[in-house]
Design a protein around this ligand. Structure first.
Ligand code: IYR
Length: 220
């Protein structure tokens, strides 16, 4: 049984031609998004980051349990601690834990264990996933929900005119310890956020072609 009455949906219809204009503009804008690893130290006002997190928080989630919490760090001492801990794990991963096949897959991207952006980017935003809510009840579809929220976050950062990187140092338990997070939270993704460095470069990657990307089974 529902405990509250439903509300009327707030919905404004858009004419198909206007939808087409918007779709094209949005796609063109999103097509310009790139994961960036070279950041400028230029500060970014806190309210901008706050809006990107608020946008992430509009994501759908299993049973509307909103199984996420975001921590935003601009404190340089904490950023240094995070860099030191991440590089320790990443060095171990690159030198001993990651199989050759994985290292080969990363060759075109050119990553290594060094993560200077963890100190240089003005903000580190960490999404924590919660398998158990603060009310002690179980959350559902935590991976999917947090993945969608992080997608919204990345889109919001791009829309602001800033850049980010989906960074997952592994293992990243250290983030919960450094940031003093409760036991029901597990670090999910770490996002450095800021302006790109002057003359930042990105790998020469291709996105899937139309046909690689989609299949149509059209109706009558
Ligand atoms: N977490 C490591 C390795 C890494 C893994 C994947 I899959 C990438 O797309 C990129 C990097 C790192 O951050 O370097």
């Amino acid at each position: 049984m529902k405990c509250k009455p439903d509300l009327p949906l707030q919905f404004n219809r858009t004419a198909p031609d206007q939808m087409r204009d918007r779709a094209e503009q949005f796609y063109t804008q999103m097509q310009q998004r790139r994961s960036v690893r070279e950041f400028s130290p230029q500060p970014v006002p806190q309210d901008l980051i706050e809006h990107a997190i608020l946008t992430a928080g509009t994501a759908p989630s299993g049973a509307h349990r909103q199984p996420w919490h975001f921590v935003a760090v601009s404190d340089s001492k904490i950023k240094s601690q995070i860099r030191t801990a991440a590089e320790k794990e990443e060095r171990e991963s690159y030198e001993h834990r990651m199989p050759k096949q994985w290292l080969d897959a990363l060759t075109p991207i050119g990553t290594n264990w060094r993560k200077p952006y963890l100190e240089i980017a003005p903000w580190l935003v960490i999404c924590f996933a919660k398998n158990i809510g603060d009310d002690g009840a179980k959350n559902y579809y935590v991976q999917e929900s947090c993945g969608i929220a992080c997608g919204f976050f990345i889109t919001a950062v791009h829309n602001l005119g800033l850049v980010t990187l989906t960074h997952t140092p592994s293992p990243m338990r250290f983030l919960g310890e450094i940031l003093g997070r409760p036991n029901n939270e597990r670090p999910y993704i770490l996002f450095p956020v800021g302006y790109p460095a002057t003359n930042a470069t990105v790998p020469d990657l291709k996105r899937k072609s139309h046909d690689q990307l989609m299949t149509w089974l059209e109706g009558d």
